[in-house]
Design a binder for this molecule. Structure first.
Ligand SMILES: Nc1ncnc2c1ncn2[C@@H]1O[C@H](COP(=O)(O)OP(=O)(O)OP(=O)(O)O)[C@@H](O)[C@H]1O
Length: 675
C-alpha cells in the first residue's frame, strides 16, 4: 500500500508541479531516525521516537496501520510546507512560456504592491473572474463529495462480499453512476474555471503590458540613461508572466486546496480504504496519454512563446532606439505596433490555456476513476502541498506585480504634448541658447555646459567643433529637448522651447541625423515613412531622391519594399545614412541637426552622403556637430568648444587667420591624416 501511495503521489507530482522536497527530507529524516534508534543514539532519533509514541497514544486506532497518517501524509506535507516557507528550495512551477527570469535591479529595491492598481486591471474582467471563482468553488466542493460517494460504493462491495446475497449489479449501479456523474461534473467544472481563469489572466496581462509599454515610451531620455533596456523589457515580459501565473494559481489552487484540505481531513476518518484494483495496469496508459497530450501542449506553448518574443522584440527595438522614436515623435505608432503583437500573443496563450484546461479536466476524471482507492490519503497531501506552493507563489507574484506597478505610476518630467506651436509660414527657425548650464541627471556633479550661449540664425549653417567630450552632442540633445537645461533657456523664434508642444517640435520642426543612423527591421519605404507616417509613396521617393538614395534603392530587386534587416544590417553605412537623411527630409524640417553625420563613412561614401547633405541643408537652419573639419569649411559660423564653453567662433577663413584653437585642430587633423 505504501508503494502504491508513493506511485500515486509521484504521478500527481508529475502532473501538478514538483513539490518533492518534503518527501526527500522526510525520507532522510525517517531513515536517520530508524537507524539512529537502532543504535540508541542521537537527539534526532529520540525526538522522533517520542513524537511517534505521542501520536500512537493520542490517536484512536482505526483500520489503518498505526501512524500511517503521520508517516505518509502529515510528515511529508509538514516538511514540504516548512521547506517552502523557510528555505525557498526545489520549487519549479511549470511556466508555460519558459521565460528565463532575468535579475531586475529596481530603482526602489522593494516597491510596494498597489492593490488599487491591480483593481483597475481586474475590473474589466470582473464578471469572468466571478464565474471562474464560482466554478472553482463548485469543483472543490465536489472533490470533497467524491470520497463520501466512494464510501457508499465500498459499502455495497463490502456488504456483498460479506453476505454474498442480493443483486450485486443492481445495488452497485446507483452509487457507481452517481460517482461517475460526479466525476463528469467535476471535470466540466474544472475545465470551465480553467478556461475562464486563463482568459482573465491573459487579458489582465495583455492590458498590463500595453499600459506599461505606453508608460515607458512616455518617459524622458534621462530615464533611459538610468535604466537598462533589458531590465525594462524584462518587466514587460518575465515580471508580468510571473504575476499572471501567480494570479491564476492563487485563485484556482487557493480555493481548491483550502476547501479540499478541510474536506479531505474529514473524509479521511470517515472512509476506510480497501480497494486496490487495476491501478498498476492502468498507470502506464495514463502516463503515456499524458505524455502525448503534454507534447502537444508544449508545442502550443512554444508557439505562444515565440509570439511573446516577437512582441518583446518590437518593444526592445523601440525602447533600444528610443532617441530615434522620440526624434520623430513616433511613440503612438510604436505603441500600436506593440499592441497588435501583444493581442496576438494573448490569443495564442488563451488557446494554450484551453488546451491545458481540457488536459487537466480529462486527467482529473481519469485519475479519480482509476486511483480512487488512495484518494483520501493523497488528496490531503496534495492539498497541503498546494497550499505551501501558494505561499511562495503569492510572494513572488506580489513582488513581480509591484515591480510592474512601479513603472506604471512614473510621470515624465518633460511632457510629450501640450504647449504652443508656431504656424509653419511664420516659423523662421532661429535658435538661441542663452546662458545654458547643464549636468546630466545621471551625473549631477559633472557640469557639461557652463553658461553656454549660441545663436543659430535662420537658414544659416552653424558648426560646432572641438575636443571629444567637450559637450558638442549635448548641445544637440538640448535642442531636441531630450533634456532640459539646469539653468538658462533654449529658444526657438524667441520662445522658450519648454513652452512649445514637444511632439510638434520633434515631428515637424527639427530633423535629426546622427553618426550611426538607426533603421527599423522593416522595408525601405516604411523606414523613410517613419519621418512622416501620412506621406504618400511619391513623397517618400522624392525624399529619397533629395538624399541621393533613390538610385541604390531602385537597384535592389525589391526596390522600396526591400527589407533592411534588424537595425538595417543588410545595408552599407553610406546607404543607411542616406535612408536616414531621406527620413529626416520627408518631414521638411525648418531646423536640421547633423551630429557627426559623415564621420563613420569611408571617403567615397562620405562624398555621396555629403552631396546629399549639401542639398538637404539648403534653406534650413542647420547645426552641424563635426569631427572631420573638412566637412564644415563652408559653414556660416564655426564654434570651437572646450569644457562646455565656446572658446572661439568665426568663419573658416577668419579662424584660420586667428591661429588659435581652430587652426591648431586643423593642423593636428592634417598631421593625423598624413600618418
Ligand atoms: N547620457 C549621458 N549621461 C551622462 N553623461 C553623459 C551622457 N552623455 C554624455 N555624457 C558626458 O557629457 C560630456 C559631454 O559629452 P558629449 O557627448 O556632449 O561630448 P562631445 O563633445 O559630443 O564628444 P564626442 O566628440 O566624443 O562625441 C562627456 O563627459 C560625456 O561623458
Amino acid at each position: 500500500i505504501h508503494i502504491y501511495i508513493y506511485i500515486y503521489i509521484y504521478i500527481y507530482i508529475k502532473l501538478k508541479g514538483k513539490f518533492y522536497t518534503g518527501f526527500i527530507l522526510y525520507a532522510l529524516f525517517w531513515s536517520n531516525a530508524n537507524s539512529s534508534s537502532q543504535q540508541r543514539g542521537g537527539a534526532v532519533s529520540r525526538i522522533w521516537s517520542l513524537t511517534q509514541r505521542a501520536v500512537r497514544q493520542s490517536t484512536t486506532r482505526t483500520s489503518k496501520p498505526p501512524g500511517v497518517a503521520l508517516k505518509f501524509i502529515l510528515g511529508p506535507a509538514v516538511l514540504t510546507v516548512s521547506a517552502r516557507l523557510f528555505c525557498h528550495v526545489a520549487h519549479c512551477e511549470a511556466d508555460v512560456n519558459n521565460n528565463t527570469p532575468v535579475e531586475v535591479v529596481a530603482k526602489n529595491p522593494v516597491p510596494d504592491f498597489k492593490w488599487h492598481v491591480l483593481w483597475e486591471f481586474v475590473k474589466p474582467q470582473l464578471f469572468t473572474l466571478v464565474c471562474a471563482v464560482v466554478l472553482a468553488f463548485g469543483a472543490a466542493i465536489l472533490n470533497i463529495q467524491i470520497p463520501l460517494m466512494l464510501g457508499d460504493l465500498v459499502n455495497v462491495v463490502a456488504r456483498y462480499l460479506r453476505e454474498n446475497t442480493g443483486n450485486y449489479v443492481h445495488e452497485i449501479r446507483g452509487p457507481a453512476l452517481k460517482l461517475l456523474g460526479l466525476y463528469g461534473i467535476q471535470g466540466l467544472l474544472t475545465s470551465g474555471y480553467i478556461v475562464l481563469l486563463s482568459r482573465v489572466g491573459e487579458r489582465v496581462a495583455a492590458d498590463m503590458r500595453k499600459t506599461l509599454f505606453a508608460s515607458l515610451l512616455r518617459q524622458d531620455v534621462a530615464f533611459f540613461d538610468a535604466n537598462k533596456t533589458g531590465q525594462l523589457v524584462n518587466r514587460l515580459t518575465a515580471d508580468i508572466q510571473e504575476f499572471k501565473s501567480s494570479f491564476k494559481l492563487v485563485i484556482s489552487q487557493g480555493l481548491r486546496s483550502i476547501t479540499q484540505t478541510v474536506g479531505c481531513f474529514v473524509s479521511l476518518y470517515v472512509i476506510s480504504p480497501k480497494l486496490t484494483g487495476l491501478t498498476v495496469l492502468v498507470l502506464p496508459c495514463l502516463v503515456g496519454a499524458g505524455a502525448l497530450i503534454g507534447s502537444f501542449l508544449r508545442r502550443l506553448s512554444r508557439l505562444a512563446q515565440e509570439q511573446v518574443a516577437k512582441a518583446t522584440g518590437v518593444a526592445d527595438e523601440a525602447l533600444g532606439n528610443v532617441r530615434t522614436v522620440k526624434a520623430f515623435a513616433m511613440e503612438e505608432r510604436e505603441l500600436q505596433l506593440y499592441a497588435y503583437e501583444v493581442d496576438k500573443s494573448c490569443e495564442m496563450n488563451e488557446n494554450l490555456g484551453t488546451g491545458i484546461a481540457i488536459f487537466q479536466g480529462l486527467s482529473n476524471i481519469a485519475l479519480n476513476c482509476e486511483l480512487l482507492n488512495y484518494q483520501h490519503y493523497a488528496n490531503v497531501f496534495v492539498s497541503l502541498a498546494s497550499i505551501s506552493i501558494l505561499f511562495g507563489q503569492v510572494v513572488r507574484g506580489m513582488s513581480s506585480g509591484a515591480r510592474v506597478f512601479e513603472y506604471l505610476a512614473l510621470q515624465p518630467t518633460i511632457p510629450l504634448s501640450g504647449g504652443g506651436r508656431i504656424p509653419y509660414h511664420s516659423l523662421t527657425g532661429r535658435v538661441d541658447f542663452m546662458n545654458v548650464s547643464f549636468s546630466y541627471p545621471t551625473r549631477p556633479g559633472h557640469q557639461v555646459l557652463q553658461r553656454f550661449s549660441l545663436t543659430l540664425p535662420p537658414s544659416k549653417t552653424v558648426a560646432i567643433v572641438g575636443e571629444s567630450g567637450g559637450g558638442k552632442s549635448t548641445v544637440a540633445s538640448l535642442l531636441e529637448r531630450f533634456y532640459d537645461p539646469t539653468s538658462g533657456v533654449v529658444m526657438l523664434d524667441g520662445l522658450d522651447i519648454r513652452t512649445l508642444d514637444l511632439c510638434w517640435l520633434r515631428s515637424q520642426v527639427i530633423g535629426f541625423i546622427n553618426q550611426e543612423p538607426v533603421l527599423f527591421g522593416s522595408s525601405v519605404m516604411e523606414n523613410i515613412r517613419f519621418g512622416k507616417p501620412e506621406a504618400t509613396d511619391a513623397e517618400v521617393i522624392n525624399a529619397a531622391k533629395q538624399a541621393n538614395a533613390h538610385g541604390f534603392i531602385t537597384g535592389f530587386p525589391d526596390g522600396y519594399n526591400t527589407v533592411v534587416g534588424e537595425r538595417g544590417v543588410t545595408l552599407s553605412g553610406g546607404q543607411k545614412q542616406r535612408i536616414a537623411i531621406s527620413r529626416a527630409l520627408i518631414k521638411n524640417p525648418s531646423i536640421l541637426v547633423l551630429d557627426e553625420a559623415t564621420s563613420a563613412l569611408d571617403a567615397e561614401s562620405e562624398r555621396v552622403v555629403q552631396e546629399a547633405l549639401d542639398r538637404a541643408t539648403r534653406g534650413r537652419t542647420v547645426l552641424i556637430i563635426a569631427h572631420r573639419l573638412s566637412t564644415i569649411q563652408r559653414a556660416d559660423l564655426i564654434c570651437v568648444m572646450s569644457n562646455g564653453r565656446i572658446v572661439e567662433a568665426g568663419t573658416h577663413v577668419e579662424l584660420l587667420s586667428k591661429g588659435g584653437y581652430y587652426s591648431d585642430l586643423i593642423r593636428r587633423q592634417r598631421a593625423e591624416g598624413q600618418k
